[in-house]
Design a protein around this ligand. Structure first.
Ligand SMILES: Cc1ncc(COP(=O)(O)O)c(C=O)c1O
Length: 385
């Protein structure tokens, strides 16, 4: 019992996330867990050694607020090589506690009470609470149909003089869609002449399949002038628990982000920054990620091709949506719970990400798992009819 009786919650509608609920259930039932959005295999031993070495070398005190210079240099070089945009390493880069902190910093730095932020649903679950904590108003737009197509007209209609920010995510969790060049260009013209900041969540930037290309907001001159691009080392290097990431943005925007960063955490884990600064010198470490996960996706889809689940292969991210409408008409939350209890397999019901819990009878499965786990999962999925 707390001595404080009048707790006026700043997030009164916030519920325990579906991820925690499903993970807990999966654990209790000993289920094969494809609900969690992270690998069940190890990060590179060499990278771990680099962190330890940095500790032994004495890099154990605060790093600079924006991150150490050698790491910022590597980030800037990487973006220039891949997207042709040269950010200023001293003014336009910040190393953060995962992409989640970068997103939170960006929203906190710019969203004032009453400001509107357009969020395309289904969406990663940290955006809306972050907007609300800052007094902003999430303006939700549901991507269309079972394939989650972006309708630019629908976005245009929601833009008002109160719109402060638009959040996009490509490659997209949970749909596995990626924005095409033409979609990014349409976005560029839609925002032209406005004061809207684009918050571009690109944490799955290197997990892209079938010769597709990741079109970063950095690559489009007019978009990049208003964009804060967020990235995650955790997703790229199989160490989500290290919570390391970064954001890049034009100097005037980054200056505001730094004000929040300073009073929020000031800086992030120093030895890990040293390690990433070294590790990023070998571009293969991230450039081969697409092939690595494409093999996993293909293996998983080959294993489940004769099941009663229907699918379109994911174009990016390490998630695959499976449509179970041929099996049952149960709501996705009920069905996913039943799959854990009766069959021993955990997934995420996609309605949890959608506006008004729209339910297309789809479940999200994470294939960032060992072959053994994927095989076990497929055996189970085969039995569900
Ligand atoms: C779309 C999206 N953005 C951001 C994140 C969080 O990234 P990080 O672990 O680097 O904070 C996730 C993790 O699931 C995600 O799916």
């Amino acid at each position: 019992m707390s001595a404080v009786s009048n707790i006026s919650s700043k997030l009164p509608k916030h519920e325990t996330s579906i991820f925690s609920v499903m993970s807990k259930m999966a654990y209790e039932h000993g289920a094969v867990n494809l609900s969690q959005g992270y690998p069940n295999f190890e990060t590179d031993k060499h990278l771990k050694e680099l962190v330890y070495q940095a500790m032994l070398d004495g890099h154990n005190q605060y790093a600079p607020l924006a991150g150490i210079a050698p790491l910022r240099e590597q980030i800037v070089d990487k973006i220039e090589r891949l997207h042709g945009k040269k950010y200023d390493k001293d003014a336009e880069v910040t190393v953060t506690n995962g992409a989640t902190q970068a997103l939170f910093l960006a929203i906190t730095a710019f969203v004032n009470p009453g400001d509107e932020v357009i969020v395309l649903k289904p969406a990663y679950d940290s955006y809306e609470p972050a907007i609300e904590l800052n007094g902003g108003i999430p303006v939700l737009i549901q991507l269309e149909g079972k394939e989650y197509k972006l309708n630019f007209e629908a976005v245009k209609q929601k833009v008002s003089e109160k719109t402060r920010m638009l959040i996009i995510n490509t490659p997209h969790n949970p749909s596995g869609n990626v924005f095409s060049k033409s979609e990014m260009q349409q976005l560029e013209s839609l925002l032209e002449g406005t004061d809207i900041i684009l918050l571009s969540d690109e944490v799955y930037e290197h997990i892209i399949f079938d010769e597709a290309k990741h079109y970063s907001a950095s690559a489009f001159p007019e978009l990049s002038k208003r964009a804060i691009v967020c990235a995650s080392f955790g997703k790229t290097f199989h160490n989500t628990g290290w919570k390391m990431g970064y954001c890049v943005a034009p100097e005037v925007l980054m200056a505001e982000i730094w004000k929040v960063m300073e009073v929020n955490v000031f800086c992030v884990h120093h030895p890990t920054q040293r390690a990433f600064a070294e590790y990023l010198k070998t571009p293969e470490h991230y450039l081969e990620l697409g092939n690595f996960y494409q093999e996993k996706r293909d293996r998983f889809l080959e294993l489940i091709k004769d099941t009663a689940f229907k699918f379109k292969p994911s174009k990016g991210t390490y998630f695959q949506l499976l449509d179970y409408s041929q099996i049952t008409n149960e709501p996705d939350v009920d069905f996913s719970r039943r799959l854990i209890k009766e069959f021993g397999i955990a997934s995420i019901p996609v309605s949890a990400f959608n506006k008004d819990k729209v339910d297309h009878r789809q479940l999200r499965f994470c294939f960032a798992k060992t072959d053994e786990t994927l095989e076990k999962a497929a055996e189970i999925l085969e039995r569900i009819k």
